[in-house]
Each structure stands twice: as C-alpha cells, then as structure tokens.
Design a protein around this ligand. Structure first.
Ligand SMILES: [Zn+2]
Length: 87
C-alpha cells in the first residue's frame, strides 16, 4: 500500500505537528530538531502547534530561531492554547 495520485503534479505534502518544545542548549528539543531537519531535507512544509506558556519560558535565542523558521516560508506556527491539557 502507498500513496497514489494521478496527473503530472506530485501531491502536496504538509506535515502537521503540535507541542513544540524547547531546550536550553539546543534551542529546540532534540526530537524537534530532527523534525525540522527532516522537513528541510525532504523539501516539504510543516505546520507546528505552539503552547503559549512554553513560549513564555523559552529564551530569546530559541524564539529567534522559531521566527527564522517562520520567515523562511517552510514552517508555519499556530496557537495550540496557552496551556496544554488540564493545567
Ligand atoms: Zn498537543
């Protein structure tokens, strides 16, 4: 089984993920860095949900990195709520 499509154009692929998480030394957590690398290497686009209170805790370098991803046009970020779950 696999994806199939007809016509001459390849399918449009957009990955959607949520719960972006940060890490003090690497800006994003290792799992998220791997995700970003995957999206860039495959030349696809991704939509990433961000949790407000994690943004508040992120340092300026991490926020700058997220801004640069958004400005690059390959990633978009969406509001996944201020807290996650029943906090
Ligand atoms: Zn979530």
């Amino acid at each position: 089984m696999g994806l199939s499509f007809s016509g001459s154009q390849p399918p449009v692929v957009v990955l959607k993920a949520d719960d972006l998480s940060f890490a003090p030394d690497t800006l994003l957590s290792e799992r998220w860095l791997r995700f970003v690398r995957f999206v860039e290497e495959r030349g696809v686009r991704a939509s990433i949900g961000v949790i407000g209170n994690r943004l508040e805790e992120a340092d300026e370098a991490a926020l700058s990195f997220v801004r640069s991803l958004a400005e690059g046009g390959r990633f978009e970020f969406w509001n996944h709520g201020y807290t996650h779950g029943k906090e």
